[in-house]
Write a protein of this length. Structure first.
Length: 320
């Protein structure tokens, strides 16, 4: 482990002119906003090293996430369960503190893969939103949850969900920073067209360009998902909402929709929204299969706009 988190934090400050900050296709070159610069710095600092559970990178990232949440003013807990550690930050609500809204991302990776997009994008996106939300006054309690062991069976979120309390909404960010604007770069899961024909038609009309973020929601989260879609689209990126009927939550036809930490909440009847770029259905670097999943696979401007585009939906969920 030659480069520590501390060293990466220092080196991240010099990224404004690096390959990581290259403009999106179709965008003129503009100076990064502070939010984009912060996203970029967080991404490099937290997601340049593999983080399989128990590894030095896993431990350093866990401690860095705890430090960052504390510095923002959250009440922070390292929630230990038999095989792992979740990092939980809490901002109590003003009028209904027992009602909770979750903003989540997993921080572990598979072995020997740096996880720049999976899930460095989620870590940086949650922190970008945490900076905005910590200054607000909301009736409901905001919980920031960095879950462990997502890659080995959603163990961290499964351990947490049974004691989460009265959860009104979950926003889960996982591997959402990769896009490709070329035609026919987006693939669809088997059976997707039969299950969601209107969404398939919408994507085909755009020549299956992998330039959007997918918002996967249960029916109870559909209204907030559409609020999120509008918020993201207002900032520039395309967003596509897919509403999963309750009857299909456990169906094999949507098994690809249950591969992240929102799924245990879905199965407990909690409204939840999953934000993703669809992983291997567009990204050759997913899980380092065809190329390393480094931070250079993430498009910072796109990912920052997607993250902050969720803000109206989050604020609506936090306000009874």
């Amino acid at each position: 482990m030659k480069r520590t988190i501390a060293a990466l934090v220092i080196s991240a400050s010099g990224l404004a002119c690096s390959d990581l900050s290259r403009p999106s296709e179709g965008h003129e070159v503009t100076r990064p906003t502070q939010a984009e610069s912060d996203f970029r710095a967080d991404l490099v600092a937290l997601a340049s090293l593999p983080r399989p559970p128990g590894s030095p990178g896993w431990r350093e990232t866990q401690n860095e996430l705890r430090r960052r949440l504390k510095s923002l003013g959250f009440q922070v807990e390292l929630e230990r369960y038999p095989s792992g550690v979740n990092v939980i930050g809490t901002k109590p609500g003003t009028t209904r503190p027992n009602e909770r809204v979750y903003l989540t991302a997993h921080y572990d990776t598979i072995p020997d893969c740096p996880g720049g997009n999976d899930n460095g994008s989620g870590l940086a996106g949650v922190l970008a939103l945490a900076r905005k939300l910590v200054a607000g006054r909301y009736g409901r309690t905001l919980v920031i949850a960095f879950f462990d062991e997502e890659e080995t069976g959603l163990k961290g979120s499964r351990a947490h969900v049974t004691k989460a309390g009265d959860v009104k909404m979950v926003f889960n960010l996982d591997a959402f920073g990769y896009r490709d604007t070329a035609p026919f770069t987006q693939r669809l899961p088997r059976g997707f067209g039969a299950t969601f024909p209107a969404v398939k038609e919408r994507l085909e009309k755009r020549d299956l360009r992998a330039d959007f973020v997918a918002l996967l929601a249960t029916a109870s989260a559909a209204d907030l998902a559409r609020t999120a879609e509008r918020g993201i689209s207002t900032r520039g990126p395309q967003a596509v909402t897919v509403v999963v009927p309750d009857a299909l939550i456990d169906s094999p036809w949507v098994s690809d929709f249950r591969r992240s930490d929102h799924a245990p909440f879905w199965r407990h009847g909690v409204p939840a929204l999953h934000v993703t770029d669809t992983a291997e259905y567009r990204n050759p670097s997913y899980h380092c299969r065809e190329a390393p999943d480094t931070t250079s696979t993430v498009e910072p401007r796109f990912a920052t706009d997607v993250s902050l585009g969720l803000l109206p939906a989050l604020e609506a969920a936090l306000t009874p």
